[in-house]
Every structure is written in structure tokens, then in C-alpha cells.
Design a protein around this ligand. Sequence first.
Ligand SMILES: [Zn+2]
Length: 444
Amino acid sequence: MSYKYSMQDKKNSILPEKTAPAGTSAKMRWLVAGSTIPMLGIVAAIATAPQSTLDTTPQQTIVEEVAVAPVNTSSDNGVFWRSERLQRGDSIARLLTRLQIRDAMAEQFLLQGDAARSLLQLKAGQSIAALTSDSGKLINLRFNDSNGDEVIVERKGEQLQLTRQAVAIHARPVMKSGVIQSSLFAATDKADLPDSVAVQLIEIFGSQIDFHRDLQRGDKFTVVYEQLNAPGEPLRTGKILAAEFINEGKTYRAVYFAAQQGKGGYYTADGKSLKQAFLRSPLEFSRISSGFTVARFHPVLQQWRAHKGVDYAAPIGTKIRATADGIVEFVGKQNGYGNVVTIRHQGKYSTLYGHMSGFASGVRKGSRIAQGDVIGYVGMTGWATGPHLHYEFKVDNVQQDPLKVALPNNVPLDSRNMAAFRSVSNDMMHRLNLLRNTNLARFD
Ligand SMILES: [Zn+2]
């Protein structure tokens, strides 16, 4: 069953969804949206905690009907405001019809140029408000674009004019949990997590968990991420603030923190950077490459001992990434390996990637490669019975099992940042615990 936290986007509805539990209202600050987009007498109000405190009270989106006026008949000197939500598969023309705009000049204006570009970027569920005369002549049209600007099309005499103005964006933390039954993406879909959050989750834990080999049925995740909103309107998904991944019973946790004079990154609960010298998997893990069946969780693997490498069964064309920064040492064909790339990394480490169908452009002997760069694609060149990547991890030119080699630990935050980090981390850990504890029953 999909767990739905009470902080759901109100993307499909402007009707009341939930009410605040007793005791939380004192912490809420009410923002009334309605000043920029008159919404037919229905005023959307968003309850939110002040950003700076990020208190642990579950936060809720509450939409209330404040002033009740009959929809689509609110009249003011013979003009009508209407609000419509974009539907899946909508066209601009259909939207204008629903907004009851009967104005050839306005249609022409909105179907081309900047107005059309901005309208076409909108996603299903976003709202557009229009003010028309009783004969359907467009006087004013407003919506929020994906950059968080309010786009305003206004009649100036016999002309229409498009302007933009910045709207206040606020980030609302959203918490969601899921359990993996068949695949990671099936679980994130079920938890109603946007793909951009799923992809971040994979990146954040990419040096701890090999998502191609380690995932198990019953693995659990909990994510706290930002939903960026303009008044009354969800805009887009932001970054993950904290996450937990329980893989084979082992708990991994990550907290986002921006150190002084540094860009933000992810840390363990005790302040060690999660960015490590090597990624656990050389294959990109995406919705497309991950597959949806249980079988894909257990790719046919030969024992490491048998041939001093790790085999990753994957469809031809799956992206292969460099597991660490380094310099390309060899690109080309070698008997059994087929198309192969070797990369020399810092110190005594090197890696080899075999059986590729092709190399990524720009990968040449001597090229500088960053961790995660795509170097080629899965194939079955050389001695391969099926499409797979053969990956070797070498220390002092001797193959080692990458899963068993102890890599240097990452440096913790310095003492100056540690105090600030601890307060962020404690808060986030508290949230993760809270969500986990309230949901354990649902997982069974
Ligand atoms: Zn192999």
C-alpha cells in the first residue's frame, strides 16, 4: 500500500484535504495567496513553519475555502475571473476554451512567442487564471512559470502585453517512505516520489550501496525533500534534505549540509562526507537501466574469484561510468576484453571496464575523467556470452574484490562547521525517526 504523508501536493485539487492535528496550529504561519491570483473567491491558504526553524511538527498543506462565491460567475463590473488547471494532454487552444476566452487577438498572442513558450512549459495540475469581459475578451491572464516567475498577460488598449514578476518561493519539506517489493522505481512510484528525488537518492548513496547488486526485497527508504512552491501553487521539486536507506537490514543515513565557504553536500549523521573516492557501481542506475522485475535484482554474476572481476549483466547500451577521478590509460580492443577502457586513479588504484559496445566521445588515452563521467556503453564484445560489463578494480596492478577493499575514510567536517552541522543533523534524524516510527506498522 502506498503511504501518503499528510503533506501531499494538492496538485489535483483545491478542495480541503486534511486538517491540522491538534496542537500544531500554534506553530503555523498562515500565508494567504489570493492577492496575486484572484481564485474565484476561493482563497488558497498554506500553512507553513518558518523556514529557519524547520521544526519537527509534520507540516501540512491546508487549502481552505474562505469566501464562498459561486464558481465561474463571480462578476465585477461585467468581467469574470476564471481559474483552470492544466490537464494531461491539454493544448493551449483547449485551455483557452475552458477559460472561456473568445478573443481572436488573444488567441493569436497566446499561441506564439514568449507566451506560448511559457504556457507549454507548464505541467499538468498547474493553474492559470484569466479575467475576461462578459463577451470573452481577454483582459488579464496570469500563471506561475517553472522558474517561479509570475507571467502576466495584460490588455493595454488594443494591445496585449506580457510581463513577468518574481513571486516569493518557499521551500516546504516533504517526507515520504517506501518499501522495495519489485524494483526501486516501482517503490518510489508507489510512494509518489518524483523521479528527480529517486535519482538524487541513488546518487547520495552511490558510494555506499551498489544499486545494481545490493537491492533486496524489503529494503526501505525514507526521504525528506524540498517542495518549492509559489503562493498557492507547487512549482517544482528541490533537493533532498535528509534520507535513510535500509539495505539488507543495514541503515544508511544522509543529511544535506552547506559548510561555510563550501558548497553543500551530503554527510553521515556524524558529519563525514558521503562523497567518496569510488562509486560502488560502474553502471548508471536509472529508471531505464534498472528494469522492473525481481530478476533484475539478481543479475547472473560469476564469482569474483573465478576471473578477478565483477560482471554486471545489463542491456546493451547501458551507460558505464568511471567509478573515480582519473586519467584514461587505455582505450581500444584487447582480445578477451573486447572494447576496453582502463583508468589510472590517484595513488595505487586503477579500474578496467570490458566488453563495451562503444566508447563515449572524448574518451582517449590521457583524457582526464571525473567520477561518474560516462566512458562507454555495455556490450558483448570480446569473450562474452551475453551483454554485460566486466569490471576490475586493481590495487598496485593486482585485481582485488572492490566490495572487500578498505578504502581511505573520508575526512569529517572541521570543528567550526561541526556545531552547525549537529543542529541540522539532529533535527533531520529526529524527523527520520518520527516518520519511520509512525510507519513501521504500515510496512508489515
Ligand atoms: Zn567478467
